[in-house]
Design a protein around this ligand. Structure first.
Ligand code: PMV
Length: 325
């Protein structure tokens, strides 16, 4: 059966950084994110008798590299759960604003999980999709849901999945500042492994992250942006501090990353609620209220090209689509 799905990317406010189980992708700590509407992936999956291997077409190009192999290994997991052994034709398209600096693995594996589960006739319940998406990329487990989402670390394959926390139907916005769009030199997989194995700060990162999570959930329920922002900013800085103290140390920041962080601090001094978060790359995301977007963009435009600034709203969860990708 042919099936297609769309999923949106998410930005973690309490980060996932470090695996307890590399094979099953079980995280060391629970994490929490906001799904956003600025970037999504659409993917269709069609099992076909004639194929001798999976065929992956991404943004119009036939993939034959490591990413095709990664997708094919993921499809093996789907086949293990299904009665079908057929290979599939997988067509995937990323809808990303030019220059946004958004990564695609979260929306990509969330969309693929939904499309493949339906195409192969396996469990399409949200929890099952979240567990499956997790096996492709940890953060993808959260893109199954819209709004604020928590990935519960769990203790095994069955108990590690995401749950919705809040629909985020309030005027919260996330401004993405694309500092550099090059592919990062050190993958999150490698970066996490090195941090877990060598940073003396790593245990502190895990412990503090759990406390952040306990504090951010009530703040989300109260729609208390300042509190959410402060917790998220401190959490991101602690993750980067753990990277800086790994052996050998590494850093994803560039000059523009620091500039963006300082603008957020400066805007706060002017009384504007605006908080940064940074993933495994140089790009910065600012959490703010809809009413302040104009003022913040005006300030940022003095330092960054306007096409590097993308404003996102909370986005929806994964959905099935019935037209070709
Ligand atoms: O899901 P991965 O393997 O791409 O790792 C994501 C890691 C961070 O983006 C830095 C944090 C997160 O929770 O999304």
């Amino acid at each position: 059966m042919h099936a297609a799905a769309r999923a949106y990317t998410n930005i973690a406010l309490i980060k996932y950084w470090g695996k307890k189980d590399e094979q099953l992708i079980l995280p060391m700590n629970s994490s929490l994110s906001l799904t956003i509407d600025a970037f999504y992936t659409e993917t269709s999956v069609e099992p076909q008798k004639e194929l001798h291997e999976d065929e992956v077409i991404m943004d119009g190009t036939n993939l034959s590299d490591a990413s095709a192999a990664k997708i094919s290994r993921f499809m093996d997991l789907v086949r293990e759960k299904s009665a079908s052994r057929l290979f599939a034709r997988i067509v995937t398209r990323n809808h990303v604003p030019v220059a946004s600096g958004f990564a695609s693995s979260a929306s990509g594996f969330a969309a693929l999980s939904a499309a493949a589960s339906r195409a192969y006739g396996i469990d399409c319940a949200k929890t099952a999709l979240s567990r499956l998406a997790r096996r492709g990329s940890g953060s993808a487990s959260r893109s199954i849901y819209g709004g604020f989402v928590k990935w519960m670390k769990g203790s095994d394959d069955a108990s590690s999945y995401a749950v919705p926390v809040d629909s985020a139907e309030w005027p919260i916005r996330l401004i993405s500042i694309a500092v550099n769009r090059q592919i990062k030199k050190l993958s999150s997989r490698e970066g996490m492994k090195r941090t877990v194995e060598t940073s003396p700060f790593y245990p502190v990162w895990v412990e503090a992250g759990e406390k952040d999570l306990d504090r951010i959930e009530p703040a989300i329920r109260r729609q208390y942006l300042e509190e959410i922002g402060k917790i998220a900013e401190a959490n991101a800085l602690r993750m980067h501090a753990a990277m800086l103290t790994a052996d050998p140390p590494f850093m994803y920041w560039e000059e523009g990353t620091i500039t963006a962080m300082k603008r957020a601090i400066h805007l706060r001094e002017q009384g504007i609620a605006c908080y940064f978060t940074i993933d495994a790359g140089p790009n910065v995301k600012l959490l703010c209220s809809e009413k302040d977007v104009g003022h913040i963009l005006e300030d940022l435009a003095k330092f960054f090209p306007t096409d590097a600034l993308i404003v996102a709203r909370p986005g929806p969860g994964v959905e099935y689509i019935d037209r070709p990708v």
